[in-house]
Design a protein around this ligand. Structure first.
Ligand SMILES: Cc1ncc(C[n+]2csc(CCOP(=O)(O)OP(=O)(O)O)c2C)c(N)n1
Ligand code: SF4
Ligand SMILES: [Mg+2]
Length: 349
């Protein structure tokens, strides 16, 4: 982590804490040109810049995969931990317990989450740890040359013609069922929707689990794949238009009563969900799960904020931690004195 805060050049656009977009950028990507993961990185940069988050307050976490390399490509000044395959949730949990004032963003893949990391994912969702958890979902193991992952649809075809004969895990259904308090699905090619979803996730306190369909142009972007750019464009069913108004901006837009649901998020920001086709309440868990089952049956992807429970207690609150970050407590406070240890030893004689 670099400790220097760049001074904005005159005339350059700055955000509310006086930083330019450059302060939110990372190293140059080494992923394939056109990979959906690169577009997600760009939206993460935009969202943190527009929300005016101090990058030095952020911790970026990941596992292993092309997707898990992405945190290197945004917010160079943030803290970071690139962990072992599928083990990001436990590292994130430790980091947030050590310093509850951090803003954590984890980037995982469909393989990293749905295969080797599924056990860790399940317990993370159940705990509602304050964390933005992004799955860059391409339905394959991109880094190891495109094998089917657990989110690959039944009947979808690999580049070599092999047909997937296993049903997929719907990570959004799983996250809603287990207790994540904000669950969304988006598409790397939908700039506007993904940006709004990410901003809402930054404002939310609790686990914000975002499954972003992110085509792998090298191994899974052909006819027969259900995670290709063309398939997703043809089968995406947006729940409606999402408008996000951060707490530091005044609401100056007129919203049509009846067709818009407004949700106040933890930090006072407002989320407006303008419905298109159906009456959808994003705070109704049963409705969210029904919608996911119904759209999947039709071979479609419902996108947008699927479920939100803004006031649910998160894991850090549930543990009733003291205000001072554990990471900064002096040794005398975290280790029993020698006399106490001697007493225990004496009692065991
Ligand atoms: C313990 C362990 N097992 C297997 C691997 C090999 N491996 C590396 S990345 C990966 C899957 C990556 O897929 P995904 O998480 O979907 O990321 P993508 O590359 O598609 O973005 C696998 C199986 C590993 N690195 N470590
Ligand atoms: S192999 Fe696929 S997932 Fe990996 S960087 Fe290339 S396009 Fe992206
Ligand atoms: Mg993948």
């Amino acid at each position: 982590m670099s400790t220097e805060t760049p001074t904005p050049a005159p005339g350059k656009k700055t955000n509310r804490i006086g930083l330019e977009t450059a302060a939110y950028r990372g190293s140059k990507t080494t992923l394939c040109a056109g990979c959906g993961h690169n577009a997600i990185t760009e939206r993460i940069i935009d969202a943190f810049f527009e929300m005016g988050v101090d990058p030095t307050r952020v911790i970026k976490l990941s596992g292993i995969g092309c997707s898990s390399k992405s945190p290197a490509y945004f917010m160079n000044q943030a803290h970071g931990f690139n962990s072992v395959h599928g083990r990001m949730p436990s590292v994130a949990t430790g980091a947030m317990l050590a310093n509850k004032g951090m803003l954590a963003i984890g980037v995982s893949g469909d393989g990293d989450t749905g295969a080797i990391g599924i056990g860790q994912f399940v317990h993370l969702m159940r705990r509602n740890l304050p964390l933005i958890y992004i799955i860059e979902d391409n339905g394959c193991y991109g880094l190891t040359k495109g094998q089917f992952s657990p989110t690959a649809d039944l009947g979808s075809k690999a580049k070599n013609g092999v047909v997937n004969d296993l049903p997929p895990i719907d990570v959004c259904l799983l996250a809603i069922e287990l207790g994540a308090s904000l669950v969304a699905r988006s598409f790397s090619g939908d700039k506007k929707q993904l940006l709004s979803v990410l901003k809402a996730a930054i404002a939310h306190r609790g686990t914000a689990m975002i499954d972003v369909i992110s085509p792998c142009v090298t191994f899974n972007d052909h006819d027969g794949s259900t995670k290709s750019y063309s398939y997703v464009k043809d089968h995406e069913e947006p729940l409606g238009e999402i408008s996000f108004v951060p707490y530091f901006e005044e609401v100056n837009v007129e919203y049509e009563a009846g067709s818009t649901t407004s949700v106040k998020l933890h930090d006072g920001s407002q989320l407006y969900l303008r419905k298109v086709a159906e009456t959808y309440d994003p705070m109704d868990k049963g409705a969210a799960m029904r919608l996911l089952h119904e759209t999947a049956r039709r071979g479609e992807f419902a996108t947008g904020i699927l479920y939100v429970e803004p006031d649910k207690d998160d894991f850090v609150e549930a543990l009733n931690l003291i205000d001072q970050p554990l990471a900064f407590l002096p040794t005398e406070k975290v280790r029993p004195p020698k006399a106490a240890l001697d007493q225990i030893m004496e009692s065991l004689r």
